[in-house]
Design a protein around this ligand. Structure first.
Ligand SMILES: *Cc1c(COP(=O)(O)O)cnc(C)c1O
Length: 428
């Protein structure tokens, strides 16, 4: 008997038979446990907002909401998702460099906690929308700081960016609050990068962001109702990486929060997290269709590939590094050699695992990419070759629930219009 992957006691063979492949499978207990552990360690005053961008499924958002997470959204659909998941407007912030008028209108009409503003042009538009409605919109300023701190997978601060407003420019905008009567400046947000795996890096970011927030608030003369220190906490994907030590992180960050909180007893302090909350819970499950060799290398062609899991191609690196990839029904069997695990796309880049150590794969068996609960299908070219979105399944309370149906041909074609040349040449 081989050892098979299971989620809360339900075997992968049964899950794949019930829901089909390819699919994304999420373990609700993993998400709950991770959130609870983080909550237990972090300073009480630091509120955790879930960045829906990482996994926008409404049931994932709802699960995190029941755990106590608030919501950070970046599109109209994400805003509606958070509301349907039960998140109250006072616990939602909206962020993003290119908000539309209708998105800003929705923020104002819903009465969300803060619109995180990323440019002076946007501030003007928020002001206009609010005054049309005879209200004052709560606005936090996203700042692109002059400094950057090394240690994240993708660094955001200290360089030319489309995000936020440069610290240097902003600090010259004396009287900014008075120029926009429809706006109440009430907070500062800074996001310094993603995939951070160093506890010291997070602490250093936090220290500098809190300093910056005080500088911005006092120079522009508005009270800090909120400070959002970003987040960007990572999880280990690759061989040489190590997960963050949450207790150590808390040991370094909590005193900074405590000190700031003592000086600003009314200020809400926010950390935004996407990947850290959902990534470890998810497995991308595919089935091997064919195996073959080419010029001495072994290939397993599966029913899903980078159309659903673009991140597996390799993140921020020229050398391909594999996500953890396993033969889901034979976890205990030793690798028999390097396998290239590829998908159904007609491009040589459709490689989910390159020379991955796996047992001798056979057609029909299941292969899984672990730690795939964040930036999966939502950040992948799911329409490529018209395969569409995969199914998503959440196991919670010991039972499996379909939380997204896979796209089918009618879904894929339903939004297209058939224009025929015959119709064009026939006079109306
Ligand atoms: C993407 C993003 C997040 C979430 O990032 P993670 O690394 O997934 O936690 C949070 N805040 C902002 C501003 C972002 O752009």
């Amino acid at each position: 008997m081989s050892v098979a992957f299971e989620v809360q006691g339900i075997g992968i063979t049964d899950l794949a038979a019930e829901f089909g492949t390819p699919m994304y499978l999420y373990d609700g207990e993993e998400i709950r446990g991770r959130f609870a552990n983080l909550r237990a360690e972090l300073h009480d005053r630091l509120e955790v907002f879930y960045s829906l961008k990482a996994n926008p499924n409404v049931s994932i958002c709802s699960l995190l909401h029941t755990c106590g997470a608030r919501a950070e959204v970046s599109s109209l659909t994400e805003l509606v998702t958070a509301r349907r998941a039960g998140v109250a407007p006072r616990d939602i912030i909206f962020l993003g460099p290119g908000k539309s008028r209708s998105e800003i209108e929705a923020c104002v009409d819903e009465g969300i906690y803060a619109i995180v503003c990323e440019s002076l042009g946007e501030l003007e538009l928020i002001d206009e929308v609010a005054r049309e409605r005879g209200v004052t919109a709560p606005v936090a300023l996203r700042v692109n700081p002059s400094f950057s701190v090394k240690g994240s997978g993708l660094t955001m601060g200290g360089k030319p960016r489309q995000f936020g407003m440069d610290e240097e420019q902003l600090l010259k905008e004396h009287g900014l609050a008075a120029r926009f009567p429809g706006v109440r400046l009430m907070g500062v947000q800074v996001y310094l990068g993603t995939r951070i795996l160093g506890e010291e890096t997070v602490a250093e970011n936090t220290r500098r962001i809190l300093e910056l927030a005080e500088r911005v608030g006092s120079t522009l003369e508005f009270g800090l109702e909120m400070v959002d220190i970003g987040g960007g906490l990572g999880i280990a994907y690759f061989d040489n990486e190590k997960d963050l030590d949450v207790a150590e992180l808390a040991r370094l960050v909590n005193p900074l929060i405590q000190e700031f909180a003592a000086r600003h007893p009314e200020t809400r302090m926010i950390m935004e997290l996407g990947r850290f909350l959902t990534a470890a819970s998810g497995t991308y499950v595919t089935r091997v269709r064919y195996t073959k060799t080419s010029m001495g290398e072994k290939f397993a062609v599966t029913d899903g590939g980078t159309n659903h899991h673009m991140a597996a191609v390799g993140i921020g690196s020229y050398v391909k590094r594999n996500f953890p990839i396993v033969a889901l029904e034979r976890l205990d069997e030793p690798a028999d050699g390097p396998w290239n695990v590829t998908g159904p796309l007609c491009t040589p880049n459709d490689v989910v695992g390159k020379k991955a150590p796996l047992p001798d794969l056979r057609p029909g068996e299941l292969v899984g990419v672990l730690r795939s609960g964040a930036y999966g299908p939502t950040a992948s070219p799911v329409h490529f070759l018209s395969h569409g979105y995969p199914a998503e399944v959440l196991v919670d309370g010991g039972r499996a629930h379909l939380i997204r149906e896979r796209d089918d041909v009618e879904v894929m074609l339903g939004r297209q219009r058939l224009f025929t040349h015959d119709a064009a040449s026939t006079p109306a």
